[in-house]
Write a protein that binds this ligand. Structure first.
Ligand SMILES: [Zn+2]
Length: 260
């Protein structure tokens, strides 16, 4: 069984001392790729270095939407252009109406996201998107601005909003916190399996909110999706891994060539 974690923060300081043990445990659980997002420029540099050393990591570069700074967004755009050959996606980027409540701040957030959407189109790189308390708004915003290759991670909106994303061809990744989230279980009741990916958002969104989350826990998401769809975990692994390979083709080129 092969599993892909489509969204994790492996440069987080909580993965210091036992970093290699965590990757080993993931590999033993069947994880064949960890799409690793960044939150700022320093983070993006670190993730590229880590990915060089540990090929299980598939690096994305982006700016977490709590940063309200158009110059920082421009600097990140330049970084992504400069390292395009090694990046598998743009993220984490998005809209957060929980952290940013003022209209002026939200406007800056949107102007930043527009830059990343345009870059996604220009470089043909998928967007790894955060949205909080802004689910429907984020889906509509992305559609309005012509985003085509999109992963909405840990989507916290209504299923009806998610379905607007499904209509646009977007994918959704489900974190292990689904086991304790009625909202995420409702998403699973409505979203088609052929648009789902597994993620962990490590080190957060684990099955136990008090414990550090890690990539091997994609198995927990896999089990929850299997139960909701009445299919085997092997089937969920197969479909979600295929979806991840379709959305992040640069991360899994060797495999895609192998399987034709
Ligand atoms: Zn994240």
């Amino acid at each position: 069984m092969e599993l892909i974690d489509a969204h994790a923060h492996m440069s987080d300081e909580s993965f210091g001392a036992d970093f290699e043990t965590v990757l080993q445990a993931a590999a033993e659980a069947g994880v064949v790729g960890i799409v690793t997002v960044s939150e700022n420029l320093g983070d993006a540099h670190r993730i590229l270095e880590l990915a060089e050393k540990f090929p299980l990591l598939k690096p994305c570069a982006g700016l977490y939407p709590d940063t309200l700074d158009l110059e920082a967004a421009e600097a990140m755009v330049a970084f992504i252009r400069a390292h395009e050959d090694r990046l598998v996606g743009i993220g984490e980027v998005g809209l957060d109406h929980w952290v940013v409540k003022e209209a002026s701040g939200r406007e800056i957030q949107e102007r930043m996201l527009v830059k990343f959407v345009a870059l996604s189109e220009e470089l043909d790189l998928p967007l790894n998107v955060h949205s909080r308390s802004a689910g429907r708004h984020t889906v509509r915003f992305l559609r309005q601005h012509g985003a085509r290759k999109v992963l909405l991670h840990a989507f916290d909106g209504k299923a009806s909003a998610a379905l607007e994303g499904i209509e646009a061809g977007y994918y959704f990744s489900i974190p292990p916190s689904v086991v304790r989230s009625r909202q995420k279980q409702k998403l699973l009741d409505r979203l088609p399996l052929d648009r789902l990916l597994l993620e962990t958002d490590s080190p957060v969104l684990g099955p136990d909110p008090a414990a550090r989350n890690e990539p091997k826990n994609v198995l927990v998401s896999c089990q929850a999706i299997a139960a909701a769809n009445g299919v085997s975990i092997e089937e969920v692994a197969r479909v979600t891994t295929e979806n991840a390979r379709r959305l992040f083709p640069k991360a899994f080129r060797a495999f895609n060539a192998r399987s034709g």
